[in-house]
Ligand binder design. Structure first.
Ligand SMILES: [Fe+2]
Length: 385
């Protein structure tokens, strides 16, 4: 079934699921278990990949929904499986789980168990989901693995290198499975691609940029133009927090994937800096690392905090080889599996915590309070000279 949900605008939810047969693309829902006074109809699609043919991938947007409310729902009118989710709150505080490079290993299971213990509202995934790596049935097993969590809270994802799955001549179109299975709300943010988009949380208290490390980001590119226009629309008086996700980290002192995010950093960091983006979360490197506020490789009180959280549990293992000595801007780094949480408490303060899989669920392995740059008079209106 592989049910997962994602936010669409301020009060709608996309429900995505897969059936073997030609079942109806209908979601019935309501606020009491077993009672479904509302229903919505969407569409279904499928894709083929070499000799594999996917099931019917259903896409239904439901709403308007009330904030901070539990909804019960069923897909394709199947009476034997009821799901439920909670919508995010309309106002702060809001709690986000952030974890990349998830995969589907025993380590992944542990990460998901720890995430399940968090009282969170939305999960953000900075790329590398299934590690299907061309073998399409692994996309289906990944869908089943994450369903208990991804059917209960919105999962907002952006792409990693493991989503590309291009085979010269045979499968020339990149991101075929990813785009078919994990449709994200790019159109509402005026993006023309599922590979980059943005959305608001808590009525615009936080704006989240889901950037595409594997889409063109040069100044003439559609992604660059979209990002520029998207950032220009943000009113920081209304939106105290701006967060960004990318796959390949722009700051990284691990030997793994060293320098891979550098081209994107040099292209897009000036835009993010001018917009006073508060934090950038990345995956790709299978370890945890938190940087100070930085801009142009230098500590800068008006730059973003950069965090690598690519430690979800992928099959390639941990990236244990850090460059020595640690650069001065690297504040905490460790090669352990885990996940992160960002509690956006109010317009000025947010608490970032890192939770190691090796620890009991309540243990915090690293934490940092963030103060929104919009609330810092020294940073408002300043552009880098
Ligand atoms: Fe990656």
């Amino acid at each position: 079934y592989q049910v997962h949900i994602s936010l669409v605008g301020s009060d709608k939810m996309r429900v995505t699921w897969i059936t073997d047969d030609d079942a109806p693309s209908v979601v019935e829902y309501g606020t009491s278990s077993g009672q479904y006074p509302f229903s919505a109809t969407g569409s279904a699609s499928s894709y083929s990949y070499v000799l594999y043919r996917s099931g019917h991938i259903h896409d239904v947007v439901i709403g308007p929904l009330n904030p901070d409310t539990v909804y019960y729902y069923r897909c394709s009118s199947n009476p034997s499986r009821e799901f439920s989710f909670k919508t995010p709150p309309a106002n702060l505080p809001i709690e986000l789980v952030i974890v990349g490079d998830l995969g589907q290993t025993g380590w992944t299971n542990t990460t998901l168990q720890h995430v399940a213990g968090a009282a969170y509202d939305v999960l953000l995934l900075p790329g590398d989901l299934s590690y299907a790596d061309l073998y399409q049935p692994l996309w289906d097993s990944f869908g089943r693995l994450v369903e208990p969590l991804a059917s209960a809270r919105p999962w907002m994802v952006t792409e990693g290198n493991h989503e590309i799955e291009k085979i010269p001549l045979l499968e020339p179109r990149s991101f075929k499975a990813y785009n078919a299975r994990w449709p994200m709300p790019f159109a509402p943010s005026s993006s023309d691609s599922n590979l980059y988009y943005s959305f608001d949380l808590a009525q615009g208290s936080a704006h989240v940029l889901m950037l595409g490390s594997y889409a063109d980001f040069a100044p003439a590119s559609p992604q660059y133009q979209w990002l520029q226009a998207d950032l220009a629309r943000i009113d920081r008086a209304r939106t105290p927090w701006v967060l960004a996700l990318v796959h390949a980290p722009w700051y990284n002192s691990n030997e793994a994937h060293k320098g891979e995010g550098e081209a994107m950093r040099s292209a897009l960091e000036p835009l993010l800096y001018a917009a006073r983006v508060d934090a950038v979360f990345a995956g790709h490197v299978h370890a945890y690392e938190r940087f100070a506020r930085v801009y142009n490789n230098t500590a800068d009180p008006c730059g973003a905090v950069h965090v690598t959280i690519g430690d979800g549990g992928n099959r390639e293992g941990l990236a244990s080889d850090f460059a020595e000595p640690a650069p001065g801007i690297s504040e905490f780094r460790e090669a352990s599996f885990g996940h992160g949480r960002l509690q956006v408490v109010n317009a000025t303060h947010a608490l970032w915590t890192w939770h190691r899989n090796d620890d009991d669920e309540p243990v915090v392995a690293d934490q940092a309070w963030l103060t929104s740059l919009a609330s810092n008079p020294a940073c408002s209106g300043k552009t880098h000279s």
